[in-house]
Write a protein that binds this ligand. Sequence first.
Ligand SMILES: [Zn+2]
Length: 208
Amino acid sequence: MDRAILKYIKWLGHDSFCIDGGITIYIDPFQIQSGKKADLVLITHEHYDHCSPEDVAKIRTDETVIITEQKSAEKLEGHVQVMKPGESTTVKGITVETVVSYNTNKKFHPRENSWLGFIIDIDGTRIYHAGDADFIPEMKDIKADIALLPVSGTYVMTAAEAVQAALAINPQVAIPMHYGAIVGSEKDAVDFKNALEGKMEVLILEKS
Ligand SMILES: [Zn+2]
């Protein structure tokens, strides 16, 4: 992977990211400031802290393509493309693969809802955003250079479970998310990083 891409990955808090290496991609924009307009917006599922029409409105133009699942699509305006897990599309030169994202030991995110995780391929570097997931068996088959993984527990996997997920995926760099807003604290991110010390590079991003 080209490590230069790491400096283009901005964490906007919670599960929200902006990746701006030429094409501007937002994932799950929530409680964001108005910023650079989006070429592409990816939304994992319909919960308000992931699918936020008012936040999408801050960055959307008539040219913006939004990729999401059916229930989120019904809440959003503009050029919205509905995908199911296990599909692939290319938008503005960026290949986006969808993967399953669900809970295994809690009820908030049932597998049958067909909510999404994403793998974004930017010039051959693959970035995985897990969505609101537990450590699910499908993660063993995910090939990613950079993995964005939830660590807070409650609605998603705990930091300890996220360590197991990271080891299964084995990316070059893991970035913790889903803390500091609704549930979870920076301690969860630090626990995740410490547990992977010597095994994997973990980047705790400052909130932009
Ligand atoms: Zn959720």
